[in-house]
Design a protein around this ligand. Sequence first.
Ligand SMILES: NC(=O)c1ccc[n+]([C@@H]2O[C@H](COP(=O)([O-])OP(=O)(O)OC[C@H]3O[C@@H](n4cnc5c(N)ncnc54)[C@H](OP(=O)(O)O)[C@@H]3O)[C@@H](O)[C@H]2O)c1
Length: 303
Amino acid sequence: MQNSKIVVFGSSGQVGWELRHKLACLGQVTGVEYPEVDFRNPQSVRDALRSAQPGVIINAAAYTAVDKAESEPDLAMAINGAAPAVIAEEARRLGSILVHYSTDYVFDGTKQSPYVETDATNPMNIYGKTKLAGDEAIQASGCEYLILRTSWVYGARGNNFLLTMLRLAGEREELRIVDDQTGGPTSSECIAQATADILAQVLGPSGGGLEGRSGIYNLTNAGETTWFGFAQALLGRASRNLGTATPKLVPIPTSEFPRPARRPANSRLSCQRLEETFGVRMPHWEDALSLVLETLRDGVARA
Ligand SMILES: NC(=O)c1ccc[n+]([C@@H]2O[C@H](COP(=O)([O-])OP(=O)(O)OC[C@H]3O[C@@H](n4cnc5c(N)ncnc54)[C@H](OP(=O)(O)O)[C@@H]3O)[C@@H](O)[C@H]2O)c1
């Protein structure tokens, strides 16, 4: 049976923070934070893993500044491409299971239906290219792994679209939001819960490790919307539940919001494989959104 020591890289990030809490009942969880371990220094990654000897390694650390990556490609590649390769190599050496997160941005968005795990990748930006390099290094490493591909991550803490919208709602009378990119907003808490549910099966008494289930799995909240639809839903709920101001929302095409990094028009990911393999069914994005806003409301009420 797999030892239940769990190391989480990136434990101060949106997903990493939630993981520390959701995984606590599965084993001894050690959160590893930057700069204690710096992915630009592969030896620090190796040292941390060799000293912890975990049964499970979770990599929630990444270079996630999608636009900035266009001007820092080497740094983004070191963190998203090279460091996961080192982690995977160590996972194979230690016999640990590696859980890693990937992104919808490995696709070019030209498909007319939700992407499945076997679809051809073709990233449109540097961030997507570096994340794909990490995925490929893990796949080639020979370790037991789960690459969980997610999209449009947000939560009650961190840098994300929801918190940006809530801030801007208080500052502006009108917000112009892109309405021609479609995807699945996914709460960091749901990602962590699904990860815990999968690991409970893998580490449990009848688990038997990953045995035959290593691979890539899409993992997003169910349903789909555009950034405009997401903004409308979150600000509508926030106005009712948090008393947030309600600016006028204007839908715009991507062409009217130029940014350094290009984004796919279709970011939808099918989670059928995850459901069939692990029985994990992701909540609808609107239900997940309500839960995150409740967390924020309770936080506000406690303050
Ligand atoms: N955010 C999204 O919309 C999105 C979408 C699809 C997939 N994903 C993927 O989901 C995973 C989790 O994303 P997230 O949104 O939770 O990320 P996040 O909130 O940006 O957190 C990233 C984490 O990586 C750490 N980190 C940054 N540079 C590092 C370095 N040089 N060495 C070690 N650690 C470093 C950060 O530490 P500090 O906080 O100290 O900087 C932070 O703990 C990532 O693999 C990401 O690519 C995210």
